[in-house]
Design a protein around this ligand. Structure first.
Ligand code: ATP
Ligand code: MG
Length: 292
């Protein structure tokens, strides 16, 4: 990204959010992308996987610009090939853009070398994929310990933290099971435990419920809701409205361009489905309390 063009100064990248409803001490966005493009191939065969709007004069892609607030829960929707995974891979520092800037927690990721990038991935980001990506013939406990091993955490602490993460996803009694001894939903919950065990500030999930039945989908979403309610930023790709309704903000991509950006709930606080459940429970409690 060395040749990244700077934005034209219409909106400085590090400008504090001064929207009147964002409160006086709004933290800077955790993700700031500016005029980001990703293309594959050359000449007539070029695929602009991420392109943003076209420059009215030249017709060239202007790139995607986007801020994501700390603690937000963003669903990215769009048809197959619209650029969702391309965007997610760049946000997760798994891939680099063709042009444009990406600031993660204020750090320009384009200036980092491979070693620094892998540190960022390990420390700041938890990944969840549609296909679980578990290591075969390895117990749930060992899978969840793995990112801690990479981070140099000692064996005893590794074990304790992995067990705590498995407990959080309701799998304490399956710690010794290997992937082929677990249901799809349980495998994905192991993957969620693995993503959260390093306490990353951000969770990136590429169709995390794409291979799950509706019951397992609800279980995994309830865990993700809870992680978001405790302050983790979540960016989740999905094709399903039922999944997207858990998000606080929904982006829709068409041909590498964000064509709609809808807020479903405030970036701070619990996500909408959990908020509604909490409200219902509180109302139920009042009712019971009122009867006594
Ligand atoms: N390595 C690659 N080489 C060439 N083209 C690619 C490559 N990766 C992705 N593309 C193209 O970029 C576009 C966006 O792909 P991307 O994987 O981001 O889509 P997506 O929205 O995630 O789709 P899906 O819902 O099917 O997962 C597609 O047209 C795809 O064919
Ligand atoms: Mg994809």
């Amino acid at each position: 990204m060395a040749g990244a063009r700077r934005s034209r100064g219409r909106k400085p990248a590090a400008a504090p959010d001064s929207a009147p409803d964002s409160g006086p001490v709004a933290a800077p966005p955790v993700i700031q992308i500016r005029r980001l493009t990703k293309s594959y191939g050359h000449g007539d065969a070029t695929v602009h996987a991420l392109r943003g709007p076209s420059d009215p004069q030249t017709g060239e892609p202007e790139g995607v610009s986007l801020d994501i607030e700390q603690g937000d829960f963003v669903a990215v929707m769009g048809s197959s090939g619209s650029g969702k995974s391309t965007l997610m891979n760049i946000l997760g520092c798994l891939d680099i853009p063709t042009a444009g800037r990406y600031l993660l927690d204020g750090i320009d990721v384009g200036h980092l070398d491979e070693g620094q990038l892998s540190l960022v991935r390990n420390r700041k980001i938890g990944f969840i994929f549609q296909s679980f990506n578990l290591v075969p013939r390895t117990t749930a406990l060992a899978q969840v310990e793995l990112p801690l091993a990479y981070a140099g955490v000692r064996a005893a602490e590794r074990r304790n933290r992995a067990l705590a993460a498995l407990s959080l996803v309701g799998l304490s009694d399956r710690a010794g099971h290997k992937p082929n001894e677990l249901s799809g939903g349980q495998q994905q919950r192991v993957a969620v435990a693995r993503a959260l065990v390093t306490a990353p500030a951000m969770l990136l999930a590429d169709e995390p419920t794409g291979n799950l039945d509706s019951h397992s989908t609800e279980e995994v979403l309830a865990i993700i809701d809870g992680l978001n309610a405790t302050g983790r930023t979540v960016v989740l790709i999905t094709h399903e409205d039922e999944v997207a309704r858990h998000a606080k903000r929904v982006l829709r991509l068409v041909d590498g361009q964000v064509i709609s950006d809808v807020r479903q709930g405030p970036a701070a606080g619990p996500p909408p489905v959990l908020a509604a459940q909490l409200q219902q429970r509180a109302a139920g409690g009042e009712l019971i309390g009122g009867r006594q």
